[in-house]
Design a binder for this molecule. Structure first.
Ligand SMILES: NC(=O)c1ccc[n+]([C@@H]2O[C@H](COP(=O)([O-])OP(=O)(O)OC[C@H]3O[C@@H](n4cnc5c(N)ncnc54)[C@H](OP(=O)(O)O)[C@@H]3O)[C@@H](O)[C@H]2O)c1
Length: 232
């Protein structure tokens, strides 16, 4: 994309969102980073304070907040919850309604490149709620005619989560000591790899307009050095 890049991140308080924000700030190619969420974060780091602008919204009344989505040409969506945390209805509300609502407002506000953090196995025909909703959300976004839509389907995110999720942490321990050692790309995605791939992808070209990045593609993208620093 040519011209000045202004990113907007939804889900920036979550683990993927935090890793992405760190990468976007480090990257230094974005003029500004707008952060849209349900709560504000008190950043002590000066770089965070200078480069970001937080906008607080109520996602249940998202259409009242169209202004919050203005001013960015690149949108990164890292929103999501779990069935365990929000129940089946709550999961659908966040992972479908909120994401589709945010994408609609982003499109109306002139966003050119929408990045959706989805999941491995996303399939609108799936018998499982998680993968089905992920697939339905992907489908809804593909119908919005973004100039460019990048859908990321990472595997199990490897992260030291602030929130206590006993099953996830148990599964990560098992996987870290087995599969990840011999085949790191098979069923795991370190959160820093995902963040780097999402950030770098704002600077790559895509012919089709819609791209789906599986775990392998995420790893390959994260290895790339697609641009020179601004002042070289
Ligand atoms: N965990 C995995 O292994 C895995 C694998 C593949 C894909 N994914 C997908 O990746 C995405 C991000 O995952 P993550 O682990 O980074 O998520 P996370 O740490 O749970 O963060 C989720 C983000 O969504 C926001 N959010 C959740 N419920 C909300 C609500 N009711 N209203 C407004 N905002 C809400 C959170 O805000 P607050 O901070 O205010 O709660 C946070 O910013 C999800 O869609 C997930 O399904 C995860």
């Amino acid at each position: 994309m040519s011209g000045e890049l202004i990113a907007l991140v939804t889900g920036y308080t979550g683990e993927s969102g935090k890793a992405l924000l760190k990468e976007l700030i480090k990257n230094n190619q974005f003029k500004k980073i707008i952060l849209v969420g349900r709560r504000q974060v008190d950043y002590s780091d000066n770089e965070y304070k200078e480069k970001t602008e937080q906008r607080q919204i109520d996602f249940d009344k998202i259409d009242d907040y169209s202004e919050a989505f203005r001013g960015a040409n690149v949108h990164y969506c890292c929103l999501g919850t779990t069935r365990g945390k929000a129940g089946a209805e709550g999961f659908r509300r966040v992972d479908f309604d909120y994401i589709v609502g945010a994408a609609r407002l982003a499109k109306q506000a002139g966003c050119k490149h929408f990045h959706l953090l989805s999941s491995q196995g996303a399939n609108s025909q799936s018998l499982f709620l998680y993968t089905k909703v992920k697939g339905q959300t992907e489908t809804a976004l593909t119908q919005m005619s973004f100039e460019r839509l990048s859908i990321y389907r990472p595997a199990m995110l490897m992260v030291d989560r602030v929130e206590n999720r006993a099953f996830e942490s148990f599964a990560q321990t098992i996987v870290r000591n087995t599969v990840q050692r011999v085949a790191p790309e098979l069923i795991t995605t370190p959160i820093e790899i995902l963040a780097r791939a999402m950030c770098f992808n704002a600077f790559t070209k895509n012919q089709s307009g819609i791209e789906i990045l599986d775990n392998h593609a995420i790893f390959r993208l994260a290895e790339q050095q697609p641009f020179l620093p601004k002042d070289t």
